[in-house]
Design a protein around this ligand. Structure first.
Ligand SMILES: C[S@@+](CC[C@H](N)C(=O)[O-])C[C@H]1O[C@@H](n2cnc3c(N)ncnc32)[C@H](O)[C@@H]1O
Length: 215
């Protein structure tokens, strides 16, 4: 495994600190808007027939592992940067293999997965880091395998100074949906869906979603 940047270390430290509160405050997908849940439904509908698992990339405490199971995806694997987030996921999903790793440097063989759900895991990564993550997720997917991403849409970084009841600083990065689609396309994906929506409820950002298939 290669050394991770100070930025990635900061993200890991942030989620290690907030893991318990994140699990308590965001236990399921009730915070997702209907369109977001529709994106996950569509992702599952696009998965190729395969015995290979779906990777929850940036699985955090594992709430999307439950969302996948509820949609009939029984073979799952979770990976996340934060050991504390993975510990929370392990407490809820003893049946699912879970790995601590950086999405830009995954300890999985080529073509290990039929699908990748990457739900709000690129929201602290620069566009250059997203390009590296896209290349790595392309490597671990089979041809025809499908990826879905959700993220805060727009431009620029914001500084998070309080989150999940903790005073803790981290940079959040918004991404234009077209930029994410272009990075995926350059990494070898065909774009199936790109959509963004205006903020809903108490959200501060628009939200972007992309579904793509490995060429
Ligand atoms: C906002 S949480 C989302 C967690 C989960 N997908 C969900 O929807 O609840 C972001 C997660 O992405 C993980 N993450 C961020 N950057 C990562 C990276 N480079 N590699 C692996 N995980 C990363 C964080 O540790 C954190 O658990």
């Amino acid at each position: 495994m290669s050394a991770v940047s100070g930025r990635v270390e900061a993200t890991r430290g942030f989620y290690d600190t907030v893991a318990g509160a994140y699990a308590r405050l965001l236990p399921d997908t009730r915070a997702e808007a209907p369109l977001d849940l529709g994106v996950i439904d569509h992702f599952v509908a696009c998965l190729p027939a395969s015995d290979l698992p779906v990777l929850d990339a940036g699985c955090g405490t594992g709430r999307m592992l439950s969302a996948l199971a509820a949609r009939g995806v029984s073979r799952r694997h979770g990976v996340d940067l934060s050991p504390a987030m993975i510990a929370e996921a392990r407490a809820r999903h003893a049946e699912v293999p879970l790995t601590v790793a950086d999405l830009a440097d995954l300890p999985f063989a080529d073509r290990s997965f039929a699908g990748v759900l990457c739900w709000y895991a690129i929201i602290h990564s620069t566009p250059a880091e997203v390009a590296a993550i896209a290349a790595e997720l392309h490597r671990v997917l089979i041809p025809g395998g499908v990826i879905a991403l959700g993220f805060q849409a727009g431009t620029g970084e914001r500084v998070i100074e309080r989150a999940y009841g903790h005073d803790i600083t981290l940079h959040g990065v918004r991404h234009e949906t077209d930029t994410v689609a272009a990075l995926l396309s350059a990494a070898g994906f065909d774009i199936l869906v790109r959509v963004d929506r205006a903020p809903h409820g108490g959200e501060h950002s628009a939200q972007g979603f992309v579904i793509a298939a490995r060429r």
